[in-house]
Design a protein around this ligand. Sequence first.
Ligand code: FAD
Length: 292
Amino acid sequence: RRTIPELLADDGPSFSFEFMPPRSEKGEDLLWDSIRRLERLSPTFVSVTYGAGGSTRDRTIRITGRIEQETTLTTMAHLTCVGSSVAQLRQIVGEYAAVGIRNVLALRGDPPGGPGGVWTAHPEGLDHADKLVHLVQSLGDFTVGVAAFPDRHPESVDLEMDADVLVRKADAGAEFAITQMVTDVDAYLRLRDLVDRRGCAMPIIPGLLPVTAAGQLQRLTELNGQPVAADVVRRIDAVGDDAAAVREVGIAICTEHASRLLREGAPGLHFITMNKSTATIEVFDNLHVPAV
Ligand code: FAD
């Protein structure tokens, strides 16, 4: 299979989908239903998250390995430094390789209690994502991606620092970055331009989430500490408790953001699917991407 950077270099934007390891058999059935539907869109790759604090470690390995083995999709597994010594991280990467995973999103992870808390590295572990990039690359034939924060990472002093950190991660061997959910396209463009001005050509793929329910954005802000653009909040709030209208507006907003990001030259779009498929497929269809 071709590597993600090779696929990103192809003509046209990339499309990728993010899943979470399901907690139950029923959840796994729903995930597989989504995977089969989204597979028809021929995504560039799909990724599977690594639960906060490493809580899903075994499930991330098993699900990503299963997708790798039972579908034609290119997979990427997320990995964080939280709660693991370097020896344990090496072992996990070895387990990734054993099930056929060749692409890893190397992350630091959040402090216990979520973003905004005080980050302390494992005493025999790694303190920042750039070191994990280096470690994963040193362990074999892996392609490594990293996280990017157009709305500023909560622990960064300013966006210039986020741009510096991205360049450091690229220097450590990262070949692409994926952003947190973009709700303000201008913020994405600001970060991309700051990185570009530093002479770093690493592709930065914007993350997108089609909002389908009232309260979803608020929960995400609580979980990730991420601000949501005021006009997005206003448009969702304006339709209030009308579930169908919230969904319609959420998909319209996501389509507008996706179209503008592609017009502005974003290398691709990474959809956070929440293990569902319908909303993502609707946005994808709205974009009228020519079939490959
Ligand atoms: P880092 O790059 O280490 O940055 C963390 C902070 O430290 C930043 O403020 C940065 O400016 C600063 N910093 C970085 N390097 C240095 C340095 N060398 N010296 C001093 N300061 C430095 N979390 C999960 O638990 N599981 C997931 O699956 C997951 N997937 C994600 C996917 C995406 C696309 C994104 C955007 C985030 C994801 N996260 C996930 C969340 C992520 O782990 C947190 O946001 C975390 O707080 C930051 O991770 P990082 O890899 O950017 O860390």
